[in-house]
Ligand binder design. Structure first.
Ligand code: GTP
Ligand code: SPV
Ligand code: MN
Length: 610
């Protein structure tokens, strides 16, 4: 094991911008272990950003684009393109506290493994120290982190995705605050004289979480959720464990504000699995006269009870890390405007011949020639996609033209409705309202979706994804569901109404039954009116559905008959679904709350399958 001596680490620390011993001890201990050549503290200054950009351009990690303004492109290693769920671990003291869905290794054993892989891991590289705060620094309970990383790509991306630099370090010092320790290395040390590659990474990958220590160690990947540790690792896996202890919710949800023609506003949060439509819904521009939607968040919501008993949601992030393919001038013009405002880092999209970017679905017409995400020539005749299916745009959320004025409220906005939804060709209706909180939690617990390119693995397989949190719950999923039930029992709670949606149901010819995208505003309108008690509904075995004519189809080229098909509750499909729900709860085991087992029996009853 290569360990540099304390003296030389002290030399690297002479310019540390803090005297905070907790911070210094952390940084020192990682430097001693990983033996970087230099340590650079991220301040958040424009000057420092420019210098990092120049260095990353020099090493070939990023390429400056001709447009949008101040925008950069990175092509990852072809084997480092998505989250690696099979290499992601929750290292709680007891296996049961991680189980049964998470990979588990005992903390002592994992620390041993990490000791080995991190030894000398940053040799030949600079170790960057990124102080950050998830959510607003002036929140009642500001949530800090410090990520050390040897990846300039991570520094540049974290600078978009979180509030980073002096703003966070000063607050940590001033408040004497705790922070989540986040350690990241691409796992590619350089020998003296060895040339670097554009995207260093390792075939050995560990994305590990210690919920009891509130720390994160990530090794071997430079990609998105594996490496930008404020995002899924902190704001969901570690934060969900904190939220469980403290009585709040850390969820994989977008947040939007909806205003009706009378000027009344409501806030909605929605949980859909990765690559299932959160960013798109968060930026929706309703084409129903008089209705307006504004954006607050597109991926993560932290919800705490306010003094009035309502759940208040904040978006802990500061940027968008959005799926590029399918994002276009027709489907999501808001995102396109945000991207055009500049300041982006694109990953694994295709390059146009004039130094811009393109991906499938951006424009109807395909460019005649591109460089694809692997660096090869591409034409419309090519058999492989130009952009990787999980290629991403990383864009400041402040660029979003529909951003709600209150998006920086430190303590968030009150949520009136929660939507759960997944990508299902069959069975799940376009929209239903659940009958009460426990029924809503039940529907969230059986959320299912066809898998997408957002994680490595087979695409299109139906799997259960409770609350769209399957890869992100930092503790036992049964305890997580119990926590949701308990939230509903909180004294004085004024709980949001819970709905279940499915934009992805198909007809026999495999076409989508519902046009989706902008038209989802028509479903949001029904949700708004149900919350206000002004829309009628019919009871079905699986929840309240819109009455015939209940969804506003004005100006839309689709028949009521087709909507009824999208809304249909088919007994044979549900008989099959119920079997699969039984198997799912068996898989989850003893920790499944009794309240949810009761919900299954009530559903069985309503379906006449008892
Ligand atoms: P993550 O960032 O991975 O968490 O994804 P997300 O949930 O934010 O998904 P996003 O909005 O980026 O959408 C993913 C894909 O689904 C894109 O290719 C979209 O074009 C497509 N999509 C989004 N909304 C709809 C919809 O209403 N109908 C259909 N058919 N496709 C949609
Ligand atoms: C997701 O996969 O849900 C994402 C992208 O939002 S990542 O940051 O890679 O997790
Ligand atoms: Mn996501």
């Amino acid at each position: 094991m290569t360990v540099i001596d304390r003296g030389s680490v002290e030399d690297l620390l002479v310019n540390a911008p803090t005297k905070n011993s907790k911070v210094l001890d952390f940084v020192r201990s990682i430097a001693e272990r990983t033996t970087p050549d230099a340590i650079e503290w991220i301040t958040g200054s424009e000057e420092q950003r420019s210098s990092l950009l120049s260095q990353a351009i020099d090493t070939g990690t990023i390429v400056k684009l001709s447009h949008p303004e101040d925008s950069y492109y990175a092509a990852s290693d072809p084997d480092d393109v998505a989250r690696v769920e099979d290499r992601t671990f929750i290292c709680s003291e007891k296996e049961e506290d991680a189980g049964p869905l998470n990979n588990w290794v005992a903390p002592a054993e994992m620390k041993g493994i990490l000791n080995d892989v991190f030894a000398g891991a940053m040799r030949g590289r600079t170790m960057y120290v990124i102080p950050f705060v998830m959510g607003h620094v002036d929140a009642t309970q500001p949530m800090f982190g410090i990520e050390v990383t040897d990846s300039p790509y991570v520094v540049l991306s974290m600078g978009i995705m979180a509030r980073t630099g002096d703003v966070a370090l000063e607050a940590i010092d001033r408040l004497g605050a705790d922070f989540v320790e986040c350690v990241h290395s691409v796992g590619a040390p350089l020998e003296p004289g060895q040339d670097d590659v554009a995207w260093p990474c390792s075939s050995t990958k560990y994305i590990t979480h210690f919920p009891e220590d509130r720390s994160i160690w990530s090794y071997g990947s430079g990609y998105g959720g594996n490496a930008l540790l404020g995002k899924k690792a902190y704001a969901l896996r570690i934060a969900s464990a904190i939220a469980h202890d403290e009585g709040w919710l850390a969820e994989h949800m977008l947040i939007l504000k909806l205003t009706n023609p009378e000027g009344e506003s409501k806030y909605v949060a929605a949980a859909f699995p990765s690559a299932c439509g959160k960013t798109n819904l968060a930026m929706i521009e309703p084409n129903i006269p008089g209705w307006k939607a504004e954006t607050l968040g597109d991926d993560i919501a932290w919800m705490r009870f306010g003094p009035d008993g309502q759940l208040y949601a904040v978006n802990p992030e500061f940027g968008l890390f959005g799926v590029a393919p399918g994002t276009g001038y027709v489907t999501n013009p808001t995102a396109m405007t945000a991207i055009e405002a500049g300041g982006n880092v694109f990953t694994n999209v295709a390059l146009t011949d004039d130094g811009g970017v393109w991906w499938e679905g951006m424009t109807d017409e395909k460019p005649a020639h591109l460089t694809d995400w692997r660096g090869n020539d591409w034409t419309p005749e090519s058999e492989t996609p130009a952009a990787h299916p999980n290629s991403r745009f990383c864009t400041p959320i402040a660029n979003v033209p529909t951003i709600a004025p209150e998006w920086q409220n430190p303590d968030g906005v009150p949520i009136s409705a929660i939507l759960f939804g997944g990508r299902r060709k069959t069975t799940m209706p376009l929209v239903t309202q659940t009958s009460d909180w426990n029924h809503g939690v039940f529907m969230g617990s059986i959320l299912s979706s066809e898998t997408t390119a957002a994680a490595v693995g087979k695409v299109g397989v139906v799997r259960r994804d409770p609350m769209a949190m399957r890869p992100f719950i930092g503790y036992n999923v049964g305890d997580y569901l119990q926590h949701w039930i308990n939230i509903g029992k909180t004294d004085g709670a004024r709980l949001p109404k819970i709905f279940y949606v499915n934009w992805f149901r198909r007809a026999e010819d495999n076409s989508f039954l519902w046009p989706g995208f902008t038209e989802n505003a028509r479903i949001l309108k029904w949700v708004f009116e149900r919350v206000n008690g002004t829309a009628d509904a019919v009871q079905t075995p699986v929840g309240f559905a819109p009455v015939a004519g209940g969804i506003d189809l004005d100006g839309l080229d689709i028949t009521e008959e087709q909507v009824q098909k999208a809304l249909e509750v088919k007994p044979d499909e549900w008989a099959e679904e119920l079997q699969s729900i039984d198997a799912w709860y068996d898989e989850l085991g003893e920790h499944v709350p009794a309240e949810l087992r009761a919900e299954v029996e009530e559903l069985r009853d309503r379906l006449g399958l008892k």
